[in-house]
Design a protein around this ligand. Structure first.
Ligand SMILES: Nc1ncnc2c1ncn2[C@@H]1O[C@H](COP(=O)(O)OP(=O)(O)OP(=O)(O)O)[C@@H](O)[C@H]1O
Ligand SMILES: [Mg+2]
Length: 1020
């Protein structure tokens, strides 16, 4: 650990804030912390110890008493310590429990111990522990590998305590060294060896117990007897086995004999049954012959049935033809009557049809009248058009004549008015220049007024903007305050955020540890990055709003000034009119303008009057020409109208009035044509009906003839069929139709009967065959004695069973003994292997745990070797400091468990070894210093140990004489060249002269101050 800086506030004799920057002293410095008694030198070490472990160097001071009584009550006592360790930079801030003034109201309140530990290696600080002071101590312990007590022994030799390192017990030294050199691994080896040896022993004992148990189970006194028993049993088992085979063979023979007897018995029984069955079948033979006769008759009856069915079919057909013949004859009669009626109808329609010739002549006459009717219509239309033209021309002539009269009167009036207007215009003054000038002035005046009101509005806006500016400024300040508050809270909540992300088994991003026994508790009011960013954005936005607002205000102020200048210039140019009453000004200008408008209007009227007179004169001339043309046209039209009337009258004489219209003519012709068509149609229809009826009658007559012919043929066929049937019946075995009908059977009945007869003959044949077979097989065979056979088999079975039992018992015992023998062999092999293993591990364990050999445990042995190394380094220094008199040595005390780490001093003067406790105060200091330096040397060089690159020595130098002091300092200077930071605390003035690098602690009634003296370095 290399100290980098130490800040103290309201701590011990330091009333205000004091900062000590160790880096000002250069790399690996040897420096003096100097100051008079009670200045606060030891307090600096207290502060470092308190920052790291929450305890002071002496561990006697209550941390509550650390708060400076000299400090301002509002100042919180705290320590900030920065240091480098293992390539990383850490900072610890810690404050002791103390009483501080209440924030609200008067009086004091208690605040607890609090602290923060940060990793400052990277640009962004990482909070390792927040608030929990106890956790910081744990973190520091794991980082340095030292507890507070051990830290005080090897890094800080506190005032009045340095002898502790020298004089502590062997056990305590063992614990300290084990920690410093991290030799726990050797202890682990010891324990594991013990564990292993114990395990082997246990397994070996278990084997012995198992052997005893197995022999007892098998009822054998000792292992040797087992082999003899097995040999004896093997012979007996072989004999029993051959006996068993023999008995089993005899038993099988007896069983086979029983089977043969049973088979012969069954054959005899079967033969008897078949003989009885054959007798029964032979009895049924007569009945079966009767069934065969019945079947033959049924087949003959089936042949006669075909002829009988033929006669029946022809009879049915004859009846059908007769029925159809009767139906056709009655239809013929009906159609003949109908024909007579239709012929009478036909005659009536023929006489009506003769009228159509006359109607056709009338039709032709009417069609010839068509061109005349069209001509009459054309002439009639023309006359109507002439009448209309005449009326129109007459009316036009009348109205034009009236208009002409009115126009003449109006022209006279206009000329008179024009003369009056000419006289008035000559009398009016010219106002046009004045009115034009007035317009310009008025628009300028209105522009000035608008400019003035815009200027006023701008000034009003500016006033309102001023108060808004105040509001925006307030908003920005309050947002900034909120941002400060959240930033602070965010920094404070980093440790709990980190803790929330820790997962058991995954490495901590700060320390890399995969186990997290005491993570920082979650902060209820934790500030998220999002909240912080949001408030930052809010501050930025508020700042932006204020800046924008102020820019707008500045622009508005510029506009006000510019517009004021412009207004002043324009008002000056307007003169009196700039401030005159606007309404009066406008009224005056309006009056002058009205006068101008009236004069302009009169002149306009004069021009219009002139133009009107000219137009009226032109119109008068045109109208007179039109009137003359109209009169000529009226005359022409009257002549044409007379001739047209004469033409029309001539046409009307040739055409009767009801045939003058083309439509009426067409209707007449259409009526006649329709009448002709109807008459023709009726006549043709009647003729067709008569023809169809006659065809139908002819068809019926031919059908009747055909049916009559068929009837005659079928009657002959019927007689022939009856004859054929009767002859066949006479030829058959049947006496009459009755007996024939009785013999009839259908197909299914015949088939069943045939099957029954076939089955009978099959059974008869098979039974006869089987009877003959069995008779042959049993020829000369006597009936066997089954009961005797059974008795013989029973006796053989009992003998075989007994032989089996005897053999099984012998076999089971033999098997059990051979299995036991195998198991005992396996256990013996395992025991031998365990004995071999124990020979190694048991011995190793005994040696490692100090039960054999030097009686020193492995760890203690390792530590004693390390202590020897330490003592070599320490003795080198102590010899120098004591002018060659003393050396530190390890006391050899064989046979005692916890010994091996006790120290003695070898006095060169006496050549004797004695306890370190016998050294004087100054000598003890030198020895302790030498030991601390030796220890730091060896630990530093020992791979796997912890880093001891800093040493503070608080006092003790006062107990040395000048020469010893000189030697001690020389030793330290040598040591410091080895790359370590060494701080010596002393008020000894000689030291002050010898050491240029100094931290002066200056006492004062208002609290001590710190001042770093580093000549040469500070300038650099
Ligand atoms: N709470 C406190 N408020 C103010 N002063 C205190 C407080 N506690 C201790 N002191 C004083 O602060 C000084 C601290 O002494 P410190 O042990 O640091 O002195 P020192 O420089 O090491 O002196 P020495 O050379 O005698 O060892 C002492 O005068 C002590 O009485
Ligand atoms: Mg002191």
């Amino acid at each position: 650990m290399v100290p980098l800086y130490l800040h103290l506030q309201a701590f011990g004799p330091f009333a205000g804030e004091q900062k000590l920057d160790f880096t000002q002293l250069g790399p690996n410095p040897l420096f003096l912390i100097n100051g008079p008694t009670g200045a606060g030198k030891s307090t600096l070490l207290d502060a470092i110890c308190f920052a790291l472990y929450g305890e002071t160097t002496g561990d006697e001071k209550d941390p509550r008493s650390l708060r400076s009584d000299l400090a301002d009550p509002s100042l919180v006592a705290r320590v900030v310590f920065g240091f480098r360790l293992g390539g990383k930079v850490y900072e610890i801030q810690r404050q002791p429990a103390q009483r501080v003034p209440r924030t609200r109201g008067s009086g004091l309140r208690e605040i607890g111990t609090e602290g923060v530990m940060l990793d400052l290696t990277e640009a962004t600080p990482k909070v390792l522990v927040a608030k929990k002071a106890g956790q910081i101590t744990g973190y520091v312990e794991s980082l340095t590998g030292l507890k507070a007590e051990q830290f005080r022994k090897v890094m800080v030799l506190p005032q009045g305590k340095f002898r502790e390192l020298l004089l502590e017990t062997s056990l305590k030294r063992e614990a300290l060294f084990a920690q410093l050199f991290q030799t726990d691994v050797f202890r682990q080896i010891e324990l594991q060896l013990q564990e292993r040896a114990k395990d082997i022993r246990t397994r070996r004992e278990a084997n012995e117990l198992q052997i005893a148990g197995l022999l007892e189970q098998a009822n054998i006194a000792e292992e040797k007897q087992l082999a003899a028993d097995i040999a004896e049993l093997t012979g007996a088992e072989t004999t029993a086995k051959s006996r068993r085979t023999e008995a089993a063979g005899r038993h099988m023979q007896a069983q086979r004999k029983i089977e043969d007897a049973r088979r012969i018995r069954a054959q005899i029984e079967q033969r008897d049954a078949l003989t009885a069955q054959l007798a029964q079948l032979e009895q049924r033979q007569t009945a079966v012959a009767g069934q065969e006769g019945g079947l033959r008759q049924a087949r003959a009856a089936a042949q006669l049935r075909q002829l009988h069915d033929g006669v029946e079919q022809i009879s049915q057909r004859l009846a059908q033809i007769q029925a159809r013949l009767d139906g056709s004859q009655s239809q013929l009669e009906e159609h003949t009557q109908q024909l007579a009626r239709e012929k009478a109808d036909q005659a009536t329609h023929a006489s009506a049809y003769e009228r159509t010739a006359m109607l056709n002549v009338e039709c032709s006459r009417l069609q010839a009248l068509f061109p005349k009717a069209q001509e009459w219509h054309r002439q009639q239309q023309r006359l109507i058009a002439l009448n209309a033209d005449l009326t129109q021309v007459r009316l036009a002539l009348e109205s034009r004549t009236a208009e002409q009269q009115a126009r003449l009167e109006r022209m006279a009036d206009v000329k008179q008015a024009h003369q009056g207007l000419q006289a008035m215009v000559a009398a009016l003054p010219d106002q046009s220049v004045t009115v034009a000038h007035n317009k310009v002035r008025l628009s300028e005046r209105l522009a000035c007024d608008a400019l003035a009101s815009r200027l006023k509005a701008l000034r009003d806006e500016q006033a309102a903007a001023l108060s808004e500016q105040v509001t925006l400024r307030d908003a920005l300040q309050s947002a900034q305050r909120e941002q400060d508050r959240l930033e602070l809270a965010w920094h404070q909540s980093q440790a709990s955020r980190l803790a929330a992300r820790l997962q058991e088994g995954l490495p901590c991003p700060v320390c890399g540890s995969v186990s997290h026994p005491a993570p920082a508790p979650s902060d209820e009011h934790e500030i998220s990055d999002q909240m912080l960013n949001q408030v930052r954005r809010q501050v930025q936005a508020a700042g932006q709003r204020l800046a924008n607002h102020e820019a707008r205000m500045a622009q508005r102020a510029r506009q006000c000034d510019e517009q004021q200048v412009e207004l002043d210039q324009r008002q000056h140019a307007l003169g009196q009119d700039a401030h005159a009453d606007l309404t009066q000004l406008q009224a005056r200008f309006a009056e002058q303008e009205q006068q101008l408008q009236a004069s302009q209007h009169a002149r306009q009227k004069l021009d219009e009057g002139l133009r009107l007179i000219a137009t009226l004169e032109q119109d008068q001339h045109t109208q007179e020409q039109d009137l003359a043309a109209l009169r000529t046209r009226l005359q022409t039209l009257s002549v044409t109208h007379g001739s047209q009337q004469a033409t029309l009258r001539m046409l009307e004489q040739e055409l009767p009035e009801h045939l003058r219209s083309e439509v009426q003519l067409r209707l007449q012709i259409e009526g006649l044509t329709r009448q002709i068509e109807e008459l023709t149609q009726a006549w043709r229809q009647a003729e067709q009906t008569v023809r169809q009826r006659q065809d139908r009658i002819l068809g019926l007559q031919s059908t009747i003839a055909a049916l009559q012919e068929q009837l005659a043929q079928d009657t002959q066929l019927h007689a022939a069929a009856i004859h054929k049937y009767e002859q066949a019946l006479q030829r058959s075995e049947f006496a009459d139709t009755g007996s024939w009908q009785a013999a009839q059977r259908d197909e299914a009945q015949c088939a069943a009967l045939q099957q029954e007869i076939d089955g009978y003959y099959e059974a008869l044949h098979q039974t006869r065959g089987r009877c003959a077979e069995l008779g042959q097989a049993l020829d000369g065979v006597a009936e066997p004695d089954l009961e005797h056979c059974l008795r013989e088999e029973q006796a053989a079975a009992t003998v075989a069973q007994q032989a089996e039992q005897t053999w099984q018992q012998l076999r089971d015992r033999l098997l059990a003994l051979t299995t036991l023998q195998e198991r005992l062999q396996k256990i013996s092999t395992s025991s031998a292997a365990l004995d071999e293993e124990y020979a190694v591990y048991g011995t190793l364990s005994d040696v490692a745990s100090g039960r054999q050999g030097s009686k020193v445990s492995l760890q203690r042995f390792v530590l004693s070797v390390l202590l020897d190394d330490v003592l070599i380094g320490a003795s080198l220094r102590l010899r120098k400091m004591s002018r060659g008199r003393y050396q530190l040595i390890r006391r050899e005390q064989a046979g005692r468990g916890a010994s091996g780490l006790d120290l003695d001093v070898m006095d060169e003067y006496t050549g004797q070894q004695r306890a370190v406790a016998t050294l004087s105060g100054g000598e003890s200091f030198m020895a302790a210093l030498a030991l601390a330096l030796g220890l730091s040397d060896v630990v530093q060089a020992y791979a796997g140990g912890i880093r001891l690159d800093t040493l503070f020595i608080d006092e003790g130098f006062g107990s040395l004489d000048a020469e010893s002091l000189e030697l001690a300092i020389r030793t330290l200077i040598d040591l410091q060249a080895g790359g370590r930071t060494i701080g010596i605390i002393s008020h000894v003035s000689e030291l002050k002269e010898q050491m240029s690098l100094r931290v002066d602690v200056i006492p004062d009634v208002s609290g001590s101050r710190i001042c770093v003296q580093a000549p040469g370095l500070a300038d650099a």
